[in-house]
Design a protein around this ligand. Structure first.
Ligand code: ATP
Ligand code: MG
Length: 400
């Protein structure tokens, strides 16, 4: 089926009052980016919807595959255009209905007639199209309320426009319309999901990862790069900052007692993240913590970790159960990457019994004997930055 245009609906966006134009412009740009390696599509936006003109280009099917991942779209429909004559409309109606599954489905025709000079009144036209479709698809039956297939025919001066399928969009808001934050990305199941959820609310992200070679492998890092790349497929490029953490971690292990070790490690990570955040013009820090999941994720631990910064730390998973997180990770395609069996830096240096109720004063006391500052600055300078998605075209095609 050769579609001529896509009708894109915004939903929540159209409620945004004075900011609406800004959101719509962002959405338009993100759609252009998501489709940038395809034919150049012309996109026109109206108050509550957008049209993407394709005029039967082959790339339309590919565009239909990609749009469900662009945040800010409520739903979209492929539209076929034909001359506004009854013969053309009847033929196109068959093509459009036949382009989807029809077995055992219910059906209804709806007409909008902006061109009042069209020779048939609405009821008459509805009848004609309906009976023509039923003659050709005897497995369909008519149902006026909630039909499976709603064939919508819009008759305008410039032609007739027919559509029957509504694809759900990803919802949310266009990435970048709500500023930028730095995601602490570990290679586990949780943090990529946390990044996804903030992107869904329009936040652009950079990511930071702490690696401890040779205790963590190249494959562990590759996993994090793949996760960041997966996140970049949700509407915006992602810069991944990889911090060489081994020396700092060894310093911590050497100087801080077992009970406070995990808390100090987290506090140091947070301080580094906060400095990288400033350099990248991000406003917040995102982490994948979920209350009570492990020792470092109790309210006492979070309090001790938070004490190093006044930057907002966004924890979208704080109230999620592990199974809910796994469900979402599976749905967005990060789960299979996250479960590749490579250790991350924290697992390796975790003491057998970290405290679930670390005392901030005690942690600060032990830390006061250690000068972390020179290493802190050094690892930030030595960080490696990866720009995702990677530029090779064939790889780009792979993950979509
Ligand atoms: P995840 O599945 O995201 O690894 P987790 O349940 O294993 O989470 P922790 O290991 O306690 O939890 O980590 C809590 C959060 O701290 C992570 O979600 C992530 O945001 C951040 N974090 C942990 N390790 C790293 C790391 N090596 N690099 C960057 N961020 C990290
Ligand atoms: Mg982890």
């Amino acid at each position: 089926m050769k579609w001529n245009e896509l009708l894109i609906r915004y939903g929540e966006l159209s409620l945004k009052g004075r900011n609406r134009n800004y959101f719509v412009r962002k959405l338009k740009r993100n759609i252009e980016t998501a489709l940038s390696d395809l034919h150049s599509f012309e996109i026109k936006s109206e108050r509550d919807r957008m049209f993407l003109y394709a005029d039967g280009k082959d790339d339309m099917e590919e565009a239909i595959k990609r749009l469900p991942f662009v945040f800010g779209i409520q739903s979209f429909s492929p539209v076929a255009k034909c001359p506004a004559t009854i013969e053309d409309i009847l033929q196109t109606a068959l093509d459009v209905v036949g382009s989807g599954e029809t077995e055992g489905k219910t059906f209804k025709v709806e007409i909008r007639r902006t061109d009042k000079s069209f020779p048939f009144v609405t009821n008459e036209l509805q009848q004609k199209i309906g009976s023509h479709v039923l003659r050709n698809f005897p497995e369909l039956s008519v149902q006026m309320k909630n039909p499976d297939i709603l064939l919508f025919v819009d008759i305008r001066l410039e032609g007739a426009f027919l559509t029957s399928k509504v694809y759900p969009g990803a919802g949310g808001m266009p990435v970048g319309s709500n500023g930028k934050s730095l995601l602490m990305l570990s290679g586990g199941i949780d943090s990529p999901v946390a990044g996804y959820l903030l992107m869904k609310r329009g936040v652009a992200i950079d990511a930071i990862h702490f690696e401890s070679p040779p205790f963590t492998s190249e494959l562990a890092k590759q996993k994090v790069i793949d996760l960041a790349e997966k996140l970049s497929s949700f509407g915006a490029s992602v810069k991944l900052h990889v911090i060489p953490f081994t020396e700092l971690q060894q310093l911590i292990v050497g100087k801080i007692p077992d009970g406070e070790l995990m808390t100090t490690t987290r506090r140091i990570m947070m301080q580094i993240a906060d400095r990288v955040r400033v350099e990248t013009d991000a406003l917040g820090i995102i982490s994948g913590e979920s209350l009570g999941q492990v020792a470092s994720q109790t309210l006492d631990s979070l309090t001790a970790i938070n004490a190093v910064t006044s930057t907002p730390v966004l924890r979208p998973l704080i109230s999620f159960d592990k199974l809910e997180i796994i469900d979402l990770a599976t749905k967005i395609g990060t789960y299979d990457i996250s479960i590749r069996p490579y250790e991350d830096c924290c697992t390796i240096f975790t003491p057998a019994k970290p405290k679930t109720k670390p005392k901030l004063e005690r942690v600060k006391h032990y830390e006061s004997f250690v000068d972390f500052e020179p290493l802190l600055e050094e690892v930030i300078k030595k960080r490696k930055i990866y720009n995702l998605p990677r530029q090779e075209k064939d790889e780009f095609a792979d993950f979509l």
